[in-house]
Design a protein around this ligand. Structure first.
Ligand code: GAL
Length: 970
């Protein structure tokens, strides 16, 4: 039987011929995975389909083979890309907005495969064909019999194949359409990709089997009792051997249990069985409620240290292996992440199994976003159109029914950025009835008429503070306004992690700790959705919007994660780890005390060991273990410095005491010794080096000489001893970051490049050079073409013994009403000086508002290792609070001394190279190293989507002097 009726593609109906939604269950019923190679043909649209392809007799041997699950655009991108290419848009729909119609150019994949029904496949009961995810609409045949059609890309669909399947050889055929009416509901900020991208299986449904299970497992923190009641077919028995529970479906058991929390993910193996089928469950007992204006689990307020997670794999798009899912959770847990919002669709069901097991709070979000409608006021948003109601309710039901047995899921989210309207309210009403055990989340309902928590995205610090005080702006309806003011607050998105940044995390965290109503949030977002590519000579790079020639795209806005596309943590994640650490260690040198606070919500500190180390000038003097009682959540201990610390002799340089909390034993997500938190303090300062005395400077050739330092006619340093330096000169520029380039208001980079400032094209004018008995003084003025404002910069060079000193006095002249990217000097050095050792902040990069994770110590890196591989090149790599740094290699070395500190950046290319590059592979090493020695750095903020740099982290132009020392000896 063939189907030429394609009306389902543009129908708002969620599907036909489908079975009702039910829980994802681990059953002993027969099942057959249908993953693997399928025959595949891609047509250009409904006009280009293969009549009769579903017929078992059809010969598809000449067709390509395509892996299921996979996304067809992700294949062979460096070659012929036979199935089209990924396309990225954020808000805008990539097709004319004319719902429910979609373009004729509608890539349509025809899939076919044969399978053999196992000989022992039961002859009774039903046989069901299950799809975990197909993007975006599809129709299904078995042996030529049409089973039905479906939509809802990130949701499961089941068809009854009983009448169509036969013993022995069978054929399954699926036609998948890239665009459908469903696409209007799937306008998430991500790559448009298509296909059968999650597993497919044939599952047996025995007669008298367990079609669905809803396990209600709550925990009463007052009594310590867990209560279990399982909705399952009549006659089913529920057993939890470890708890001695053996009850009938529908009955209630209350027993003493260890509760489930994200910090203590205690699961109990359970079974639900009838004579015909046995289903394995893992039960976590916990109670989620909004109580007294707070979101509580097991009676306690929780603090969400969360991330928004899209499913992304740089090679496979949204098809993820279980290993990749596990890796995400491991990297999260290692960085103190305790919550995931599944932005903006339910994840692969196996991810939630891992969340239960490893322990994170999950906000499970429905596959719904109609963001693009904001651009079309005259088209009403589907969220308020009765015609779409069924589609909305269908999506909600399919998520909730699939995921309802997961302990980790603590809130249901209706979707994202779909405006507001009756269909959303209906979803909420339905779920409150179906599952009163979980609060409802949706950010778009600012009135909070149909949600249980007040959720916002990118509210700045000041507004978050007002919300914390419950003094936020009123909304129209006084009753709703009062309701909203009484409920908990979460930032479902904040701290946009695009490129270098996000800045301002520490300040958000302070608000979350200060206001009990502010229960944390979810950083936007977990991973950069870069697509892995290779240059012809094999160098890896990551593509973003526009790189596949899309006519309409949103560039690198898709690359805004805390981990790079290859899942390596970015400095933003390292900063987040420090800012949200669940144990706070404060080292107080005055009273010689260490305070340890347990900031967890449920777990004690018995799983942690505390280690201390004293370092002088970054070299270890003594280490030991700190004896601490295990602390209950919310408790703190204060202990005196360990006696060996007190007994240490005179410091050899600057002395620091660092205390670290590490895992005492292996956890499923990290090994023993993994660091959770740290604190440090300086016990003894060392006198900062300073220029002493002087030596005469004199004219030499066309330039000047000061000891073994040579200067050119313009007074620029050209060499110290035998080491060529292309003189340190004032530098105010940085390759703009994403946060500098984009903003809801006026991008900072525009002001920097504006005619009046011209910070990207400064000219240096020598006003006078004086060589005298004290040294060399070079007076300059630095300003841009067309600009009146400028900076006076005076360089005072002195010599003391074998050290050359430079004091730079900077004086803004004229109207400067904008922050500077940086304030310091830049110089070029020989390429061989490739090894960098420094004593100061590290090991990673840091800027004014991203410096929590920088600890004082001695660090070492190659120049390559100092570069942060942002997918879109931009300012990166600065190390702050550097006391001294040694650059060495090829038998040569240069020491740079701070008086007292400077920020150090060393690159094989210039800021201008970084600025010009669009991808990492555009960066070509130069024959010199380019070094910035900075007295100040502007913060990063989060302006690409959110607030800019807080006032205290802005680098405002003011008269400044800073001093640096140079030496080339050993
Ligand atoms: C939010 C949206 C996210 C993402 C983010 C910016 O408005 O919910 O999906 O687009 O902005 O990266």
């Amino acid at each position: 039987m063939s189907r030429t009726d394609f009306t389902y593609v543009e129908s708002v109906s969620p599907g036909s011929g489908r079975r009702g939604p039910r829980a994802a269950l681990d059953s002993d019923a027969a099942a057959l995975a249908l993953d693997g190679d399928w025959r595949f043909r891609l047509g250009a649209g409904l006009h280009d389909t293969t009549a009769g392809f579903e017929d078992p007799a059809f010969d598809a041997d000449g067709w390509d083979l395509l892996a299921v699950p996979s996304m067809w655009q992700m294949h062979d991108l460096d070659g012929a890309a036979p199935y089209g290419r990924p396309a990225y848009t954020n808000v805008v729909y990539p097709f004319p907005v004319d719902p429910p119609r979609v373009p004729d150019a509608n890539p349509t994949g025809e899939y076919r495969r044969a399978f053999t029904l196992p000989a022992d496949w039961p002859a009774t009961g039903r046989t069901v064909l299950r799809f975990e995810g197909v993007d975006s609409a599809f129709a299904v045949w078995v042996n030529g019999t049409l089973l039905g059609d479906g939509k809802g890309s990130r949701l499961p669909t089941e068809f009854d194949a009983t009448g169509a399947v036969r013993p022995g050889e069978n054929t399954v055929a699926v036609r998948v359409h890239q665009w459908s009416a469903g696409s209007y509901l799937e306008d998430q900020d991500m790559w448009w990709l298509s296909g059968i991208f999650r597993p497919v299986s044939l599952v047996h449904r025995p007669e008298g089997g367990i079609e669905d299970v809803f396990a209600h497992a709550s925990y009463d923190h007052r009594t310590g009792l867990g209560t279990l009641r399982v909705e399952a077919p009549e006659g089913a028995r529920v057993t939890v051997p470890e708890l001695g529970i053996d009850i009938a479906a529908g009955e209630t058991a209350a027993v003493r249990v260890e509760p489930w929390t994200a910090e203590t993910p205690r699961l109990y193996e359970a079974a639900v069985a009838t004579a015909a089928e046995r289903v394995a469950l893992r039960i976590g007992f916990r109670t989620v409620e909004v109580d007294g204006g707070l979101l509580k689990v097991n009676g306690r307020r929780i603090l969400l240290r969360g991330v928004n997670r899209h499913e992304w794999d740089p090679d496979h798009g949204r098809t993820l292996s279980v290993e990749t899912m596990r890796r995400d959770l491991e990297v999260m847990k290692r960085h103190n992440v305790n919550a995931v919002r599944t932005s903006h669709y339910p994840p692969d069901r196996r991810f939630l199994d891992l969340c239960d097991e490893i322990g994170v709070w999950v906000v499970d979000e429905c596959d719904l976003e109609t963001h693009g409608f904001v651009l079309h006021e005259w088209r009403s948003n589907p969220s308020d159109e009765p015609a779409w109601r069924e589609a909305y309710l269908d999506r909600m039901a399919r998520m909730v029914e699939r995921d309802k047995n997961h302990a980790s899921v603590i809130m249901w989210s209706l979707g994202n950025e779909s405006h507001t309207g009756q269909n959303l309210a209906a979803m909420s009403a339905w779920v409150k009835e179906r599952d009163p055990g979980r609060p409802v989340h949706y950010e778009g309902d600012w009135d909070c008429g149909y949600v249980d928590v007040y959720s916002r995205m990118y509210a700045d610090h000041a507004e978050t503070d007002r919300i914390g005080h419950r003094t936020e702006q009123s909304t129209k309806d006084p009753a709703l306004d009062a309701h909203r003011r009484g409920i908990p607050f979460v930032l479902c998105e904040y701290a946009h992690a695009m490129g270098n940044g996000p800045g301002g995390l520490s300040e958000y965290q302070r608000l979350f700790e200060q206001h009990e109503r502010c229960q944390g949030g979810f950083v936007w977002e977990w991973i950069d959705h870069g697509v892995r590519r290779r240059t012809e000579d094999g160098r890896e790079w990551f593509a973003y919007g526009g790189d596949f020639g899309e006519p309409l795209h949103d560039g690198n806005f898709v690359v805004d994660g805390l981990v790079f596309p290859d899942r390596e943590p970015s400095p933003g994640l390292v900063e987040f780890k420090k800012v949200v650490e669940p144990v706070r260690i404060t080292v107080d040198p005055g009273p010689r005390r260490i305070t340890v606070e347990n900031l967890r919500d449920f777990a004690g500190t018995g799983d942690l060991a505390f280690e201390w180390a004293v370092e002088d000038d970054g070299e270890t003097e003594r280490t030991g273990r700190l004896d601490l009682p295990a602390l209950d959540p919310g408790n703190a201990a204060i202990v005196q410095f360990p006696s060996p610390v007190a007994d240490l002799g005179e410091p050899r340089g600057e002395r620091w005491l660092t205390v670290r909390a590490v895992l005492a034993k292996d956890e499923p997500w990290a090994g023993a010794g993994h660091e959770i938190a740290w604190g440090q303090a300086r016990l003894a300062a060392a006198p900062a080096p300073a220029p002493a005395g002087g030596a005469p400077a004199e004219a030499a050739g066309s330039g000047y000489r000061l000891g073994d330092a040579a200067f050119d006619a313009l007074g620029r340093l050209t060499a110290i001893g035998g080491l060529e330096i292309d003189g340190p000169r004032l530098d105010l520029w940085r390759a703009p970051t994403d946060n500098d380039l984009r903003s809801w208001h006026a991008p900072l980079a525009d002001a920097w490049r504006d005619r009046a400032a011209g910070l990207d094209r400064l000219e240096h004018k020598v006003l006078g050079i004086e060589a005298d008995a004290g040294g060399l003084t070079v007076a300059t003025r630095v300003a841009a073409a067309g600009a009146e404002a400028g900076m006076g910069a005076v360089y005072r060079w002195t010599r003391d013994g074998d050290r050359l000193w430079l004091t730079v006095e900077v004086d803004p002249e004229g109207a400067w009403d904008l922050p500077l990217p940086r304030l310091g000097v830049r110089a070029a050095l020989p390429k061989e000086l490739d090894e960098v050792t420094w004593f100061g902040g590290g090991p990673g990069e840091a800027y004014a508002d991203t410096r929590a994770a920088a600890r004082v110590g001695r660090f070492r890196s190659t120049v390559a290792g100092l570069q942060t591989p942002y997918v879109f090149p931009q300012e990166n790599g600065s190390r702050i609070d550097v006391r001294w740094a040694v650059l060495s290699g090829g038998g040569r070395r240069l020491t740079v001394l701070g008086a007292p500190h400077f920020a150090l950046t060393v690159r094989p290319w210039t800021s201008e190279d970084l600025e010009a590059a669009k991808h990492r592979t555009d960066l070509v090493e130069r024959d010199r190293l380019h070094v910035n020695l900075d007295a100040g750095l502007h913060g990063m903020g989060s302006a690409a989507c959110g607030p800019g740099v807080l006032p205290e982290h802005r680098l405002l132009p003011r008269a400044t002097a800073f001093t640096l020392g140079f030496a080339t000896g050993a």
